[in-house]
Structure formats: structure tokens, C-alpha cells
Design a protein. Structure first.
Length: 201
């Protein structure tokens, strides 16, 4: 059983390929999260709960409450193997957050579009600046705290030419054991961009 809790639609970045509706707060309350957990909590077996956004760290208090509630339910009901994940852009990732995630046994996905050049093509701050340095710092802080972390790359027609370079960066520079690659499905992919991406694979 998989449950995804979209804690908020808010985000502190302005990525130009973002598919999410970030207008308005759209914040989930803990009461709503608890209702969803209760509704879909299995009798036994595996349960994966993902904390998603927007940027879920903008709803950190609800994330903490829901995590504690999940842990308490698992303790009361034997036979459940719980995995908690969350996806972040790394802009609000602090040592305190990292320590809590480690203690709470989270796995995480980090939105990182490859090399600096690839990442900065689309993943801008709301002021138009770079989000790369904080994202990279988040990667290293997660590794330092021994939190399982996986980079998540979105590939667009503008970055498809550099896909292999980005993968090499993940493997050789970041020592990533796994990574996710997703094409920008909203973009217009002309034939030459499709050919470039195919050749990169």
C-alpha cells in the first residue's frame, strides 16, 4: 500500500517546468493527514508513505505530527513494514531537520537536475537566483547524517543534450547509488530534442 500526503502546494522555488499548482497555500492539516492514514492503513504488509508538495518542509510541523502518528500506529499493530519518504528541493534543509529525519527513519528524494549548468537552466529561486548550492549542500548533509537519499533529475529539451553528463555527475561526483530521471512531459519535444535524449541513453 502506498499513501502520498501532499502537505502543501506552496513552494519556495519558481522552476519553470513545474507541473504543480502553487497558487494559494493549499496546506493540509494534521487532521486531514490523520484521516487519510486511518482510511488506508493496511492490516498487514508493506506501507510506503510519501510526504510531498509543493515543498513539504514548508509544512514541517504537519509532517512531524503525521510521522509520529504513523509510528504510533505501527507500534500498536504488528506485521506492518513502514517506509517513510519525502521529496525536497533542499532549500530549507537544516542540520536540525536532518537529525530529525534520521531519527524518524526517513528516506528522501532530492530535486537536483544534474550539473550546475543543467540545474540552473530551470530551477530558479523566486527572485531569479540559483538554487544549486543549497541543493548540493542538502545532498552532502543527508549523506553525512546517513539518510538514504536519491537525486531526482527532470530532463527537458534544453538539457537533454547533457543527460549523460548529469548521470556521470551523480555517479562519479555524488556517489549516488540510485537516481531518478523524468522527462518534462509538459514541454514541446521537437524531433531533434527527442533524438538527443535517445542518443544520451
Amino acid at each position: 500500500m502506498d499513501i502520498v500526503l501532499q502537505l502543501t502546494r506552496e513552494c519556495n522555488l519558481a522552476c519553470d517546468y513545474c507541473y504543480a499548482d502553487t497558487t494559494g497555500s493549499g496546506a493540509m492539516t494534521f487532521e486531514t493527514a490523520r484521516t487519510v492514514i486511518d482510511q488506508f492503513f493496511p492490516a498487514r504488509g508493506k506501507l510506503v508513505v510519501g510526504f510531498f508538495g509543493g515543498e513539504p518542509l514548508l509544512a514541517y510541523d504537519v509532517m512531524q505530527q503525521a510521522s509520529r502518528y504513523l509510528d504510533a500506529k505501527v507500534r500498536r499493530r504488528r506485521g506492518i513494514k513502514l517506509t517513510k519518504t519525502f521529496t525536497t528541493n533542499g532549500q530549507g534543509f537544516t542540520p536540525e531537520v536532518a537529525d530529525w529525519l534520521k531519527a524518524s527513519r526517513f528516506e528522501m528524494g532530492l530535486s537536483l537536475d544534474g550539473t550546475r549548468e543543467m540545474h540552473e537552466t530551470h530551477r530558479k529561486t523566486r527572485g531569479g537566483g540559483s538554487s544549486y548550492d543549497l541543493a548540493l549542500a542538502t545532498w552532502h548533509l543527508a549523506l553525512d547524517r546517513k539518510i538514504p537519499v536519491m537525486p531526482i533529475m527532470v530532463v527537458t529539451p534544453k538539457t537533454a543534450t547533457y543527460l549523460a553528463e548529469g548521470v556521470r555527475f551523480f555517479i562519479e561526483e555524488l556517489n549516488a547509488k540510485a537516481f531518478s530521471i523524468s522527462p518534462d512531459l509538459k514541454a514541446d519535444w521537437p524531433a531533434d530534442a527527442q533524438a538527443k535524449m535517445t542518443s544520451q541513453f
